[in-house]
Design a protein around this ligand. Structure first.
Ligand SMILES: Nc1ncnc2c1ncn2[C@@H]1O[C@H](COP(=O)(O)OP(=O)(O)OP(=O)(O)O)[C@@H](O)[C@H]1O
Ligand SMILES: [Mg+2]
Length: 272
């Protein structure tokens, strides 16, 4: 079965990773694909984004560290096509496990590919900080998506630290016999202000091929700052179901997510 693992990463906190993971995952599930969300953040925001109907016995800790884990053990049910592995590591102990286990950084990649291939899409939400667990999720991915807010702090962080993190991992990955996936940078919380335009342009004009060993594509699709993304989390309802049409120039939540899916080619040639 066609399986695609997407990790939503950033070395900066608060840029929209959880929002994107939840809404993109729910959109793909509504398209008929079988989707697994994984909350790999110690602060379990994704775990409570949607209501869970059937809670599995275990969560992230067993997924990462139990070599005999099965989907039944860790996949909690949100809806028919949408499952989630919840974060159950409030003290961040998994970071040490990943760091101290010889195959720590590649285990998740192997487990997901071998045991979780009944899912078409696996979307991993990560913590906005560099660390062994974040590295394991980057190594596991077929595609990386990185939201970037066009303001000074977020743009600078992306241009320096996220690309550094990728370069460092690309070096190690080549020795591990794996390739780091291409990264799609997605401007999020874009505003109609001169500051927002300035930093959007700065990112657009960046020659990534000169500074990054991993292919970086800047998405044409951008996500505006809009209340629908806050409504989604408040109502525990995917944004594309709340906002199918909009008079906003930037399009509705449904149109934005559909355009992102198209542009990143995450469906490949497959259809349900
Ligand atoms: N396009 C947007 N417009 C308006 N608000 C947004 C948008 N994207 C995200 N937000 C809001 O910004 C806040 C941070 O988003 P989110 O939690 O998704 O970021 P994060 O990268 O996962 O943060 P953390 O690093 O803390 O996990 C949330 O309140 C979310 O509702
Ligand atoms: Mg988050």
């Amino acid at each position: 079965m066609y399986q695609n693992i997407l990790s939503v990463v950033s070395t900066k906190g608060g840029v929209g990773k959880t929002t994107l993971t939840a809404n993109l995952g729910a959109y793909l599930a509504d398209q008929g694909y079988k989707v697994l969300l994984i909350d790999a953040d110690v602060q379990p925001s994704l775990s409570s984004y949607f209501a869970i109907n059937d809670v599995a016995e275990f969560g992230l800790q067993q997924l990462i560290s139990n070599s005999t884990v099965t989907p039944e053990m860790v996949a909690s049910k949100i809806e028919d096509n949408l499952d989630i592995v919840i974060s159950d590591d409030p003290n961040g102990e998994l970071q040490n496990w990943v760091k101290n286990t010889p195959d720590g950084r590649v285990r998740l990649r192997g487990i997901l590919r071998q045991r979780f291939n009944n899912y078409n899409f696996i979307l991993i939400d990560t913590q906005g900080a560099v660390g062994p667990l974040q590295e394991a999720t980057v190594i596991a991915a077929d595609k990386l998506i990185s939201p970037v807010v066009p303001d000074k702090l977020s743009a600078t962080e992306f241009l320096h630290n996220t690309t550094n993190m990728l370069n460092r991992l690309a070096e190690s990955a080549s020795w591990l016999g794996v390739e780091i996936a291409p990264l799609y940078a997605l401007l999020n919380r874009v505003e109609n202000t001169s500051v927002s335009k300035h930093y959007s342009e700065q990112i657009q004009q960046m020659g990534f091929e000169k500074v990054c060993r991993v292919p970086v594509h800047l998405c044409q699709t951008t996500i505006p700052r809009a209340t629908v993304w806050n409504d989604a989390v408040a109502q525990q309802m995917p944004a594309h179901r709340i906002e199918k049409t909009s008079s906003r120039k930037t399009g509705s939540a449904l149109e934005i997510i559909a355009s992102l899916v198209e542009e990143t080619n995450i469906l490949g040639d497959r259809h349900v």
